[in-house]
Design a protein around this ligand. Sequence first.
Ligand SMILES: [Mg+2]
Length: 163
Amino acid sequence: MKKLLIPDSYYESVFFIDRNKLKEIGIKGIIIDIDNTLIPWEEKEADTKVFSFINGLIEDGFKICIISNNTKKRVDKFNEVFGLPAIHKAGKPKKSPYIKAMELIKTNRRNTAVIGDQIFTDILGGNRLGLFTILVKPISTKEFIWTRIVRKLERILLKKILK
Ligand SMILES: [Mg+2]
């Protein structure tokens, strides 16, 4: 059985993700988190680097769906320039938002990857469905206290994974 808290890949940031590798393993769809994966907690909009990252994925033929546990307002504001399929208040690590996302972009469990910065939401949810999971290092450290506690656990876990 696949270990539920262990990502398939780990990168310092989304900008280091090897798109060719994703293609090689047959990935067609990408489910991506916003907060601390693409933009810091305190930012509202994508900068040019994020913009070209997303556009690069689209040009490469990947279908993208945003799933965020954050509010509709937050997701809509970020998504304004992209107009991607998006799910707010997703409730990750529940399975349902991932299933809905795959329906929206017409992909399946075998050809969909998840990108996110949190093991206990993004990665756990993706692994529960057997998706290809990619963990990235969180961008910002300004977060709610609860998230900070979870982060500590994640760092301990990550040290074990990377050993
Ligand atoms: Mg996040």
